[in-house]
Structures are given as C-alpha cells and as structure tokens.
Design a protein around this ligand. Sequence first.
Ligand code: GRF
Length: 205
Amino acid sequence: MRTAILASGRGSNLQALIEAINLGRLPIEIVAVGSDQLGTRALKRSEDAGIPTRVFPINRYPDRRAQEEDILNWMRENQVQLLLLAGYMRVLGPDFIAQVNFPILNIHPSLLPAFPGLHAQRQALEYGVKVSGCTVHLVDEGLDSGPIILQEAVPVLAGDTEESLAQRILEVEHRLYPEAVRLFVVGKVERFGRRLRILQQEGLE
Ligand code: GRF
C-alpha cells in the first residue's frame, strides 16, 4: 500500500513505522514524507531511510487552501493510497479531507475524546486525570474526532511533568501506531457506523 506521511517535527513515530516495515511487521511502503517545517528531524530520518521528502512551508502560500492543494497534488503524483499523520501540527481543512478518497490515520497522545488538540499531555496533567494514554484514529473533518482504531492507557504518576508523561506515552505510541496501521491495512478493522471493531481479537472492540 503506497503510503505518504506528514510530520512536522521530531519524527519518532515516523521512525517507529519505518522500523516496523523493515522488520517485516507492517505491509506498507512509505513512498513520500511531507512536512510543513524545514529542516526537521522527521525529514532527516526520511532521507536517511532513502524516502523522498517534500516541504510545504505555509508562509510560501497565499493561504491554507493553496498549501493543501499542493499536498493533494503531491499525493496524486505519488499515487498515494494511505496517508499517515505522525506529529503533523496543522489541522487539515474540510476541503482537503473531502478530496482525499483514501484513509487518513493519526496518532494522538491522549485517550480521546479526552484532551483533543494541542498539548494533550499538559491538558491531562492540569485536569488531574490518573490515567492517560494514546489513540490511533481515522481522521475526519473534526479535531481528533474520527473513529478510533486502537487505544492504550498509560498511568499518570504523582511526580510527572509534561515531559515525563509525554515520554511514557511516546513509548507506547511507537508500538501502538504500527500495530494499528497493520490491523487496518490487512483488513482486520471492520466499521459499524463510527465504531471500529478489530477482528479476531477476542474481547477487544
Ligand atoms: C506524538 O506525541 C504524537 O502523538 C503527536 O505528536 C507527537 C509527535 O512526535 N501527534 P514525533 O514527531 O512522532 O516524535
């Protein structure tokens, strides 16, 4: 499955996906990595893995629609069949979502629908929850609101800072994202309205 990834920053989830592919655990091919930011670690990691990259800096376009049009063309050129967001820090507009006729997946560092949007780990700490986690979901027009593929809980500990909690969640993200993408692309995810069921995993919805 020809896959594009959009990543804005560090790219550790991108790296986890690349490693899962290299280990034969994830039957997709990353054909292109795009970013809205120049000079990021995500781009460096892609280049090191031999994956072509493209940068779409927002300030080089008259508006968001023009930037998203460019991303759409780039995906068409690359005959993309699946788009994975991996720390892409811009919200994709409804026109973009409507024009993409293949799945878009995202990973978010909270147990959605709690704490959507930016700084999910800070939101969790400030709220005082005892458990947070991460969520892999399909992207729809809303903010982190699409149907959920997999979630995993991570404890919030007494001495946690935003950084320590983010790090503990990130370790789970690196396992959960490749696994959710795998289940999705091998057809183990069945859809009932907005509920997604994982096939052949007793007890897991
Ligand atoms: C991760 O916490 C991810 O859940 C969120 O942004 C962060 C990206 O980290 N969407 P990285 O760039 O993959 O290291």
